[in-house]
Design a protein around this ligand. Sequence first.
Ligand code: ASP
Ligand code: MG
Length: 404
Amino acid sequence: MNTIIQKYGGTSVATKESRKQVVAKIVEKHNENYNVVVVVSAIGRKGNPYSTDSLIDLINKNFISSRELDMILSCGEIISAVVLANALSEEGYKSIVYTGYQAGIKTTKNFGKAEIIKIEPDKINNSLNKGYIVIVAGFQGATEDGEITTLGRGGSDITAIALGKALNSKLVEIYSDVDGIMTADPNIVPDARSLESMGYSEVYQLAEDGAKVIHPKAVELAQKYNIPIKIKNTFSNKQGTTIESTETLILNGKKDFKNEKIITAITYKKGRVQVIIRIDEESDDTEKLMEQLTFHNISIDLINFFIDKKVFTINEEDLNIVEKILVKGDYNYELIKNCCKLSAIGYKMQGVPGVMGRIVKSLSRENIRILQTSDSHSTIWCLIKEKDTNKALTALHKEFKLYE
Ligand code: ASP
Ligand code: MG
């Protein structure tokens, strides 16, 4: 019998009504004779009493160890799993709930951002063989010696893909309250539309650059083990977005290479700060600066180094510490705050002339200044001011005809 993994996000399990929709989706697959393994997130979002954010708000973070913090955080998903099992049972379906620990999910010891090392799925397999629907609490596991760990915010997606691999599943479905992966944030660009298919690398970049569709690590894992993913809406019967390798999608006729657009989707990340450091060639101590940033665990991005100046961006949360380093090292620096990193992603852009030209043209038409750019084989990044974000997204969406 084929095994399918279905992961439901917080809004999908938030109310009695929404859980009814979830039950319907689970039962549909169960009745098609699939082994169904369900992974759940904690119930609701900030404000809901059992959401991850609400659990965090229950405690004073200055007076708790990361070990105990993980214990309380893991409870959100456990509650959600039991509540869903209850809803299934009301409809006459038998299910069994496992915490990450009980499901055999073994992780490293770093509380709060543990990595899954292996999964021992014997219990899950036994339950599936007995005809149970299995519900696993997402976002958690345990160390070899039974210490409860969590996988980092959004980590239930990782649980789902890792279980997909361990159970040799042919498909992992990720359910939320949107129709799939969108060409742009629909709250900003009203004519954004959902995409039928997308390659792993494109989705990874989109997730990494701010689109909250799926955890980037989950995509990475799926790509590594070639596990197909579907991003679907709990509240509609739309097809959703299929994620596989671009090559597979083309070979299976799910992607029409010739007619694909040069840009597939656009996204953005606010809260960036541009750092410009002017360097005296005689006493260039960039190496020392890099050492300091590494020592303080500061990740830098959009890195452009020239002989007489070094330019990069940081997260605004790291601003205080970076400024301290710059002052202490007596650097001649400038900080441009409230920046936004725009990303235009498209696997077909490699070697195609004129893409950057179109981006520059459409942004300058809107009087948007580009502070910095960078590119890879499938992405062009532009740093702009935060205030220009909506205008810029709308302009790029239109320029590359992502609406059609
Ligand atoms: N509940 C966790 C979070 O809010 C994990 C997840 O939803 O994936 O980060
Ligand atoms: Mg999520």
